[in-house]
Design a protein around this ligand. Structure first.
Ligand code: ATP
Ligand code: MG
Length: 345
């Protein structure tokens, strides 16, 4: 249990720059020294995409290719599919008995998603249940560290509450190896950029939305140079700045937020953002600079990615291998739980 990492991604689309800075970069470091489990949450993708299962399937393979292209190494980490782990579904049911219904509906991440993805009242019960399913994803693996973006913190908080409840009620009822808790109290690991915003305008409340697969505001890791250029040249900037001599806002402006996150030439960013704020530099030159930065960042990833997309059988073989190892851990946890609940005969 010591030093185990679990985290994952939903195959509602391929991975984007938000994943790169928010979670993947941390995973590259962690896989060197931690026992890492990376889950592709295909069942959770059904909560919003149940009418397009073939898309979910394609996105599983796309995410796998993204993982390998950025440098996650299946020799060093375990990559697996949520639907290959029956213990997760079983644990979800056991956990659901401990979770207060109104506690679930107060979850702020759910509320934000319902609003920003325009779900209205038209979401299935399964959508409401997904934070609970996610708690099961996590607790099945009894991890100690969870690298995530900021939007996941409310879900992790809920998972932690469930872990504490279970430990308290049932932890003493089973034999565990010396020093181990039934569910170790894990630490969320945020990166420097814990919430990368997207390319689009702010919402009705004036808040820039997070880059998200489902909001059509992302630069994907597999986007080619032409697409990156077109997305950046059309991105939202300061709507009040009509000409280069107008003073510009740099704080609520994706153009400058992106430069600050991605541009290694910090001197240029400092000077150019100052000039932009004072109406002394044009938009186009600053956007072009950003295109170069993002293209440079993604070109080597795209090159590596090509090798993998040509070979889906290899990608699937990684899932098969991950499935075996992940099931060993998850089944062990489920046995502990059944023992603790006196349902292991
Ligand atoms: P969806 O729109 O379907 O919810 P998503 O883009 O939010 O997709 P997820 O699969 O939900 O991606 O998230 C996977 C992981 O990446 C989570 O840990 C999440 O916090 C992190 N993440 C996603 N988007 C961002 C972002 N814009 N900035 C930082 N981290 C992010
Ligand atoms: Mg999300």
């Amino acid at each position: 249990v010591i030093n185990r990492v679990l985290t994952g991604d939903t195959p509602t689309g391929p991975l984007h720059l938000g994943h790169w800075v928010g979670s993947l970069k941390n995973r590259l470091v962690l896989q060197q020294s931690y026992d890492c489990y990376f889950l592709i949450a295909n069942i959770h993708a059904f909560t919003t995409k149940c009418y397009t299962p073939l898309d979910i399937r394609a996105n599983v393979l796309a995410i796998l290719a993204d993982y390998l292209a950025v440098g996650l190494d299946p020799e060093k980490c375990t990559i697996f599919l949520q639907s290959d782990i029956p213990a997760i579904a079983e644990l979800t049911i056991f956990l659901s008995m401990e979770l207060n219904f109104s506690r679930l509906t107060r979850n702020p991440t759910l509320k934000t998603e319902i609003r920003d993805k325009n779900l209205g009242n038209n979401y299935p019960l399964g959508f409401l249940l997904y934070p609970l399913g996610q708690a099961a994803d996590i607790l099945c693996f009894r991890p100690t560290v969870i690298p995530v973006g900021e939007d996941q913190l409310p879900h992790l908080e809920m998972a932690k509450e469930l872990a504490i409840k279970f430990n308290h009620k049932y932890g003493q009822k089973i034999y565990l190896p010396e020093g181990e808790a039934l569910f170790p109290l894990f630490t969320p690991l945020l990166s420097d950029t814990k919430r990368l915003i997207g390319l689009g305008p702010p919402n009705a409340e004036g808040k820039l939305l997070k880059m998200s697969k489902s909001l059509n505001n992302a630069i994907y890791l597999h986007d080619n140079a032409d697409l990156i250029r077109s997305k950046i040249m059309h991105m939202y900037t300061d709507p009040l700045r009509i000409k280069a001599s107008d003073k510009g806002n740099i704080d609520q402006n994706p153009l400058w937020i992106f430069h600050k996150v991605f541009n290694p030439d910090t001197k240029w960013v400092e000077q150019a953002s100052f000039d932009y704020a004072n109406g002394a530099i044009g938009d186009v030159i600053c956007k072009k600079r950003l295109v170069d930065v993002v293209v440079d960042l993604l070109a080597p990833i795209a090159k590596k990615r090509l090798d993998y997309t040509k070979n889906p059988d290899y990608l699937i073989s990684i899932l098969r291998k991950g499935q075996i190892k992940a099931n060993m851990i998850a089944n062990q946890t489920l046995m502990y739980i059944k023992e603790a609940l006196a349902q292991h005969f």
